[in-house]
Design a binder for this molecule. Sequence first.
Ligand SMILES: [Zn+2]
Length: 255
Amino acid sequence: MPLIQFLRRRWLLRRPFPDRWLRTLEGKVPVYRRLPQKYRELLKQRMVIFLSEKKFEECGGMVLTEEIKVIISAYACVMIIEETADYYSGLQAILVYPDDYVAPVLEEDEGGIITEGVEHRKGEYWGAGNIVLSWNEIQENLYGESRGHNLIYHEFSHQLDDRYGLTAGIDYDGRPLRDDEWTHTLAKAYRKLQRRVYERRTSALDLYGTKSPAELFSVASEAFFEKPDELHRENPELYTMLRSFYSLDPLRWRG
Ligand SMILES: [Zn+2]
């Protein structure tokens, strides 16, 4: 880390945490109330640095308020409470749309003919250092119908995956290409989810995780933080692995 950044972070942490931000945490960030006290303090520190170093961009007519930035930052920082991952150092900008956005895609039919189409998306991780989020989807996740899902955890865990190459050792069929415990456990969880889909069974994990090992890791991270008891019941091995990766144990967070 450059000296100037080191000093700047130290200076930022000496200032009091703004009251407005604290009110947002208490009123609009449900996970905050569940966190043990020592994590509440650490979370605030992470957020101060995160909010000062990351750029937010308004897209598609979105108006970004301070409150929205605080909510997004809070969830992004819950994942790095214990292990900072250098504050997602590869990440440059967080693009926020008011609702689902339309992305151009190329589609190939069975005859191999490629046409241009569009796809509606709620969020996305662009390897080049950008995360795209739909604010409407985040609100649904936090206060509405789709509780148990969390787009912020989902997209930021793709960042962590990229940073550490967490799913790089697994192919699309779920075969491990590396011989370590992490890879084997994740590959097994991926195959298990594919089997559940085949058997038409439900899961604590979003079935979208069958799309690729990277998606499996992201839906597993969502479940780990949002419904730890369900995940632990269904796949204790996967839960334990994520607990050691994040150095956090959400099963114990009861406020
Ligand atoms: Zn994803």
